[in-house]
Design a protein around this ligand. Structure first.
Ligand code: NAD
Ligand code: MG
Length: 400
């Protein structure tokens, strides 16, 4: 039993968190849940505490933590309930945590992910936003503290699987990053302003949280993933080709100088990359059904069109501009997506807001955490000013 790994899940109540628990439950002799965290979802975290009996449960929201504590006391649970964002860092770097699933959505994941890296943990990274914000700092922390970094994003996990010698990239010609193209791939440009939040969160192939679903529809998700891939695999952006592949069967490919292209295929189910990261360097059962290749029958590929997906263009531009711009890109996108989800702006306003905020981002890449947080704050303020200027009474009444 000495080999059982203690897992802490940041963002346990989200789609990735729930899928992680599903895989862990299949391997009681390999993994134990040490800590679970959530923002405000008391009911789900309560259920998870009963099922997995973690040592700690952290709720960032104080009132939610109090309510969870009361509910767990009633059933004499041994789980210790903590509150506040600082306690995310505490469990991410706790001596008894072996592996950290980094599955908080958005910039809120940055500090605990860094804490896990600095504590030399195995970091299973789903939270791409934190890498987009702090690529250099985060990768330096991983290397300096000999942490293990395993990507959970299905594309990056696929790329890793297609790199049998991940330390030797001299023979790689291109990384082919696949994208479904989202639910509006075949829509005419003039129809896009009518997209509703419900339509945008209904992804054709994957079950995901709301924010990443909207990001997939705008293809900002792919833009963030291009930046993520540059940092994770230490490659130039020119090495990465985005390929629209509507079936989402190939999760990405790596093209080599001898003419070989390695691809990783599978049903679109996040339990595959999660199991790969948990089991690495071995493969373990994930619960995902085998891919029926006859059922797939055909695979299509298309070049992405920047005019149809302006967010993808903005991500490339931000990456070329530098670290401050990618922080601005991420901050503006988070604010824009939230505003779209509460019907304050149109789907087509999302890139307009981001483009405006990007114009103001300084060039260069911040070297220290404080500077990252300052750029993030400034870009959020700029985004909120844009919203105040271009909408009335918090309603979707776009002025310009
Ligand atoms: P989700 O919205 O379903 O879950 C988000 C989790 O983060 C929840 O547990 C929530 O409680 C927690 N959270 C939200 N705000 C927080 C805050 N301010 N502080 C602390 N915790 C907070 O999201 P998801 O779809 O599971 O995605 C999580 C991350 O994984 C995102 O960064 C996403 O881009 C990435 N990702 C997701 C998928 C997927 O298939 N869902 C695939 C690849 C990458
Ligand atoms: Mg992905």
């Amino acid at each position: 039993m000495a080999n059982i790994k203690n897992i802490s899940i940041l963002g346990a109540t989200g789609t990735i968190g729930v899928n992680t628990l599903d895989v862990i439950a299949r391997h009681p002799n390999k993994f134990k849940v040490f800590a679970l965290t959530a923002n405000t979802n008391i009911d789900k975290l309560y259920e998870q505490c009963i099922a997995y009996k973690p040592h700690y449960a952290v709720m960032v929201d104080e009132n939610s933590a109090e309510q969870l504590q009361q509910q767990l006391s009633k059933i004499n649970s041994d789980t210790i309930v903590l509150s506040g964002a600082d306690n995310l860092d505490f469990i991410a770097s706790h001596a008894e945590t072996d592996y950290v699933m980094a599955a908080i959505v958005g910039a809120a994941g940055l500090l605990p992910n860094l804490a896990a890296a600095k504590a030399g943990k195995r970091v299973m990274l789903a939270n791409k936003e934190s890498l987009v914000m702090s690529g250099k700092l985060f990768m330096d922390a991983i290397h300096e503290h000999k942490a293990e970094l395993l990507p959970i994003d299905s594309e990056h996990n696929a790329i890793l699987q297609c790199m049998p010698d991940a330390n030797n990239k001299v023979n790689i010609e291109k990384i082919l990053l696949t994208a479904s193209g989202g639910p509006f791939r075949t829509w005419e440009a003039n129809q896009l302003s009518s997209v509703t939040p419900d339509q945008a969160v209904a992804h054709p192939n994957w079950e995901m949280g709301k924010k990443i679903s909207v990001d997939s529809a705008t293809m900002m998700n792919k833009g963030l993933e291009v930046i993520e891939a540059c940092w994770l695999f230490d490659v130039d952006v020119d090495m990465i080709q985005v390929v629209i592949h509507p079936q989402s069967t190939i999760h990405s490919m790596v093209s080599y100088n001898d003419g070989s292209v390695l691809a990783q295929l599978g049903n679109p189910d996040m339990r595959t990359p999660i199991a790969y990261a948990l089991g690495w360097p071995e493969r373990i059962v994930s619960g995902v059904n085998q891919l029926d290749i006859f059922d797939v029958a055909r695979l299509d590929f298309e070049q992405p069109d920047f005019t149809h997906y302006p967010c993808l263009r903005l991500a490339y531009e931000a990456h070329t501009q530098g670290g401050n711009a990618t922080i601005a890109l991420n901050a503006a996108n988070e604010i824009a997506v939230e505003a779209f989800l509460r019907e304050q702006i149109l789907f087509t306003d999302i890139p307009k807001l981001i483009e405006d905020v990007l114009k103001d981002a300084s060039s260069g890449t911040p070297e220290i955490l404080e500077d990252i947080l300052i750029q993030d704050k400034l870009s959020r303020e700029h985004s909120n000013l844009w919203l105040a200027k271009n909408t009335k009474n918090n309603k979707r009444q776009f002025i310009s």
